[in-house]
Design a protein around this ligand. Structure first.
Ligand SMILES: [Fe+2]
Ligand SMILES: [Fe+2]
Length: 257
């Protein structure tokens, strides 16, 4: 179905595999709505967090404003129920070139990589919205799972370590998303499965982008920090979780079965 060499680095990076019980839960037709809706919101969050990182740390004021405007129609849709999927698919454009802040220690490379990543995430967002349309699922907001919060609570509060930790969390979230697309693809209908495989191809690089940036910015060995977040991430995936979502843990129904 897909080139397994794409997944090898992801499996090597993650410290736990998705439990089969999660896959069973995700396959249930009544859960398609929550899987797709949460996935849609995750695509926006991936764009938002990349954007937050470059606005906060890297780009000049004009660029920061242009970034905010770029994301606004998507945020209006998700948080204020304004707009529709057709109009959103026309808006994925950033006209301005992003420029680094004069005092920024972060490179143009960070900015360029993040802008590319945001573009890809917004494209995925539109694709998921289109798939939802095809399956007759209207968008309704769902609460976020414990997952991202559970990782980000370990982020240190001083710089540059805070940025390094956020980048490591970003790497884990990206890698886990890929792993989930791969485990889901053979268990859903063919059309959706092909979509997951296409996302997997596009996302497989993102976690390495985040890690590379984390290493550059830390300027020291961060392998212990990566291992620490890897353990925290694995617990979020394998510990019982009563809230079924795209990144949730072991479904409690499986624990009680
Ligand atoms: Fe994505
Ligand atoms: Fe991604």
């Amino acid at each position: 179905m897909f080139d397994s060499s794409l997944l090898a680095p992801i499996h090597a990076f993650l410290q736990a595999e998705t439990p089969n019980e999660w896959v069973h839960e995700a396959q249930r037709p009544e859960n398609l709505r929550v899987v797709l809706t949460d996935h849609l919101i995750c695509e926006l969050k991936a764009a938002q967090s990349a954007m937050f990182l470059i606005r906060r740390y890297a780009v000049d004021e004009d660029s920061a404003q242009a970034l905010l405007q770029w994301l606004k129609p998507y945020e209006d849709f998700i948080y204020r129920q304004k707009g529709d999927w057709q109009s959103l698919s026309q808006t994925n454009r950033l006209k301005k070139t992003m420029l680094p802040r004069s005092d920024s220690p972060y490179s143009q490379e960070l900015i360029d990589k993040m802008v590319l990543l945001i573009k890809e995430e917004l494209h995925h967002f539109s694709q998921v919205l289109q798939i939802m349309q095809e399956y007759g699922i209207a968008y309704e907001n769902v609460n976020s799972s414990r997952y991202a919060k559970g990782l980000l609570r370990h982020v240190r509060t001083y710089e540059p370590q805070a940025l390094v930790d956020k980048l490591i969390c970003g790497a884990y979230i990206e890698a886990r998303s890929c792993e989930r697309f791969a485990v889901l693809a053979p268990h859903v209908d063919e059309h959706l499965g092909q979509f997951y495989v296409s996302l997997l191809r596009s996302e497989a690089r993102h976690f390495e982008d985040y890690l590379k940036l984390a290493r550059q910015i830390a300027n020291e060995d961060i392998s212990e920090r990566i291992a620490f977040f890897g353990q925290a991430e694995a617990r979020l995936i394998t510990d019982p979780d009563d809230d079924f979502k795209f990144h949730s843990g072991l479904p409690v129904s499986a624990v009680h079965a």
